[in-house]
Design a protein around this ligand. Sequence first.
Ligand code: HEC
Ligand code: HEC
Length: 191
Amino acid sequence: MKSMSSCCAAALTATALLGAPAQATETGLQAWAKVHEVFSHPRCANCHVDAGGVPIWSGASYGAKPRAHGMNVQGGASRIGAENGLLCTTCHAHHNAGLPHGPPGAHVWLLAPVAMQWWGKTSAEICAQIKDPARNGGRTLAQVAEHVAKDELVGWGWNPGPGREPAPYSAERTAAFIKDWAGQGAPCPPP
Ligand code: HEC
Ligand code: HEC
């Protein structure tokens, strides 16, 4: 009984501090909208593709319409192109090529796992999967934020090489949006 009443008192205090739950949801959804703006940006979504394993070329520097990666590149189930013998690292080096339309580069270069597909998914779908440890690499939301703040490959999205528009905001600000969203109960938009 004692622990139950302290639990509920704490919950009431939290509600009083945060204001009405509806307001918290609204603030949380606004934070999610910023996270989604980044995750759905071409610099991120081009690699977070479906089981077909074809990286996408999209964004202003690739022309008006998204298209499949040129040269018949396929990531396959390995996500590194092992199946057809043309590895990503044949062209993608550890650094961006110095000229527009040269291959971008980072310390590693491969497609995200199929469970982390964002390309072609709605905001609600990406929101649900990012909260699901079975589909986010076994991470808490604090660890997702940490990954965005620190991971070098994610960081490439803000340093994508000549001619490509970087993802919006910054790694640090995106991590902060994730923390804000998580702090408001990580609400997802309706499907
Ligand atoms: C070159 C391909 C590539 C690009 C570009 C890329 N990612 Fe990823 N992403 C990956 C791979 C591979 C993983 C799996 C690594 C892991 O889980 O440790 C991953 C995993 C993630 C995860 C953790 C899993 C999840 O879905 O919750 C997040 C968050 C993430 N990426 C964010 C981003 C953001 C933000 C950008 C753009 C700024 C981006 N990524 C751009 C390949 C990419
Ligand atoms: C034959 C060389 C070659 C191979 C192999 C290759 N790429 Fe690329 N890739 C390129 C070039 C060149 C570009 C940039 C084209 C441009 O900017 O117009 C590029 C661009 C990309 C982009 C777009 C990045 C962005 O958002 O601007 C992604 C994603 C990508 N490659 C993923 C991969 C993956 C994953 C593999 C392995 C499965 C791979 N590539 C294999 C040459 C290659």
